[in-house]
Structures are given as structure tokens and as C-alpha cells.
Ligand binder design. Structure first.
Ligand code: FAD
Length: 296
């Protein structure tokens, strides 16, 4: 099933993101965790892709397993910046062979090998080129792309970032998923600017449930996302007690999701970090809301 068809429905839904193992030895435990998350019944699941291509095989294996065993539609991520055109074309063929219908087209982060080299020599510089490649690959992929309510770190300003985002949508991206946001107002003002710029496709807010204090530092470092004082207080107060922190982090994420639904958003993407207990707790918290359309 295509993700865009799910997003065009008016009922409230959740999707979860999982990541593949780095090594063969981690495959079984990741497979089990992703199966348990699939069993919670999300609208779809996305499976990330290692920037250097190291986990590319596992991305497809995990995605295929979830959709075959649980009937949950999957979105396979693919990055391009550190790959040759030949490699990317081969990955696209692998996806077609695996029956993948939905692809998240990403640039990926610059690897140390690329730093200091001339971008003119790279096969891909931006995700828009991968979107075009996917469109040209004679397949009917539904394509997702990334966006940044707090501006991508390489971008000089939000106006330019949104112009390039619009290029990705015009090239064929069917929907956008945001970098994690901890303050819904940042998402809403970003969405307003996208609509003003003529970007009309569905935009999924990305919510990261922070369930341990260490994760906070990592999440901020990776995403550069703003942490509201309300959230910082929660980490200060409960961070030293793992069970309390987990409960508070799940409650905070649930609260964000309810606020998004109550303000017109129908699908929220949750960075579930291969944690079935967290995915299940959030689904349970929303059990009387999910699936309903509330007259929209
Ligand atoms: P782009 O769309 O290429 O944008 C990157 C920067 O280039 C932006 O500043 C943009 O404004 C600018 N830009 C874009 N087009 C042009 C142009 N034509 N000319 C000049 N400037 C331009 N990384 C992984 O390695 N694996 C994953 O699975 C993964 N999943 C992700 C999922 C989501 C939802 C998000 C938000 C990020 C994900 N990432 C993943 C991280 C992502 O690869 C990085 O954030 C990366 O730095 C940018 O990727 P992008 O696709 O947004 O790039």
C-alpha cells in the first residue's frame, strides 16, 4: 500500500520509525523488536538507512519482514550523497525486487571521506537528485522526503531551505516528514510557511519520545532541536529515576501528539527507536482516538 493513500485518509493515525542493525549479529534482536512494534498496528513503519550504505541490506530485509508478516506498509529510507550513481541505481533495483512501494529519499549526512572534497565531483549533492532518479526509474514509488522546522544546519536561512524543499516536492516527493520537534508551535509556524510558499503535500510532524536522560543530549546533538523549558524541567526532575523518566517522556510525547491531532494534523510519525514498550504505551494512550476521523 502507498503511504500517500494512508495520509489522504482523514482518520487519526500514527507511524513508527525503526532502524536496522549495524551488524549481522544484531539482526535477530532488531527483527524481534520491529515485529513487536508492527504488532501494535501502526499505519505504517519507516526503516532507516545507514549513511555509508553499511546497513542497506538490512533496511530492505527488515522492511520486507514487517510488511509480509504483519501487513504493515513500510517506507524504506535511501540516502545518496556518499554513494555512486551505480550503487544508488542498484539499490533502487533491489527495492523493486523486494516489492518496496514507498521510499524516503534522503541526501544523508556528509561522511568524513567527503569533507574537503569538491562537491562537483560527487554523483549526488542533494536529495532532490535522488527524488528525480526514483521518478525516472520506471517504477511507481510513493516518495517521502525530509524537512526541518528549525532549518537544516547547512542552510543559510529558512527562506532558502523552504525553496529547496519546494524543489523536492515539485520533483516528485509525495509527502514530507519533519526532523524531531519538541515544541509543536515550531511545527505549526513551519507548516504555515510551507503552505504560504505553495507546498501543499502532507507534512508529518516527527515526535521523539525521550525515555532516558542520556538520550536528551544525543537527540539535541543529532537534531539541533529546541528543548522547551517544560521538557527540560521534566528531565531535570525525573532524569535520575529511569522508570519515572520513561513514564514522563511517554506522557510528554503523547501530549504533543494529542495537541497535533486536536489542531488538524492526522498522521504523526514517532521516532520509536526500536523500543516496542514505548510504541505500545503510546498506542495505548491514544486507543480511543486512533482510527477516528472526528468529522474531518
Ligand atoms: P537535502 O534535501 O539535500 O537538504 C540538505 C541541505 O541542502 C539543506 O540545507 C537544503 O536547504 C540544501 N539544499 C537542498 N537542495 C539544494 C539545492 N538544489 N541547492 C542548494 N542547496 C540545496 N540520514 C540517514 O543517513 N539515514 C536515514 O535513514 C535518515 N532518515 C531521516 C529521516 C528524516 C525524517 C529526517 C528529517 C532526516 C533523516 N536523515 C537520515 C538525516 C538526513 O540525511 C540529514 O539531515 C541530511 O543532512 C539532509 O538530508 P536531506 O534529505 O534533508 O537533504
Amino acid at each position: 500500500m502507498k503511504i500517500i493513500d494512508i495520509l489522504n485518509k482523514k482518520n487519526m493515525s500514527l507511524s513508527f520509525e525503526v532502524f536496522p542493525p549495524k551488524k549481522e549479529s544484531g539482526f535477530e534482536s532488531v527483527k524481534t523488536a520491529t515485529e513487536e512494534i508492527a504488532a501494535c498496528g501502526p499505519a505504517f513503519m519507516s526503516v532507516t538507512y545507514g549513511a555509508g550504505g553499511g546497513t542497506s541490506k538490512y533496511t530492505l530485509d527488515i522492511a520486507r519482514n514487517i510488511s509480509e508478516k504483519y501487513g504493515v506498509p513500510t517506507l524504506a529510507h535511501l540516502t545518496c550523497v556518499s554513494s555512486s550513481r551505480e550503487t544508488v541505481k542498484a539499490r533502487i533495483e533491489d527495492m523493486k525486487a523486494a516489492g518496496i512501494k514507498n521510499v524516503m529519499a534522503l541526501r544523508g549526512d556528509l561522511t568524513p571521506e567527503l569533507e574537503g572534497t569538491d562537491p562537483a565531483t560527487w554523483d549526488y549533492r542533494h536529495a532532490v537528485e535522488l527524488v528525480r532518479e526514483l521518478k525516472e526509474s520506471d517504477s511507481d514509488f510513493c516518495i517521502g522526503a525530509a524537512c526541518y522546522p528549525e532549518v537544516h544546519p547547512d542552510s543559510p536561512n529558512q527562506k532558502e531551505d523552504i525553496l529547496h524543499l519546494k524543489e523536492k516536492v515539485e520533483a516528485g516527493a509525495d509527502f514530507l516528514t519533519t526532523q524531531m520537534v519538541f515544541d509543536n508551535n515550531l511545527f505549526f509556524s513551519f507548516l504555515y510557511k510551507l503552505r504560504e510558499a505553495g507546498v501543499e503535500c502532507p507534512v508529518l510532524p516527527g515526535i521523539m519520545p525521550i525515555t532516558n536522560a542520556k538520550q536528551v543530549e544525543r537527540a539535541i546533538k543529532l537534531s539541533g532541536s529546541f528543548m522547551p523549558q517544560r521538557f527540560k524541567s521534566l528531565v531535570d526532575y525525573f532524569g535520575s529515576d529511569p522508570d519515572a523518566m520513561k513514564q514522563a517522556g511517554i506522557a510528554y510525547a503523547t501530549d504533543q501528539i494529542i495537541d497535533l491531532y486536536a489542531n488538524g494534523i492526522t498522521n504523526v510519525h514517532v521516532y520509536s527507536m526500536n523500543k516496542p514498550d514505548v510504541a505500545k504505551a503510546i498506542m495505548d494512550n491514544l486507543s480511543s482516538i486512533l482510527g477516528k476521523d472526528f468529522g474531518r
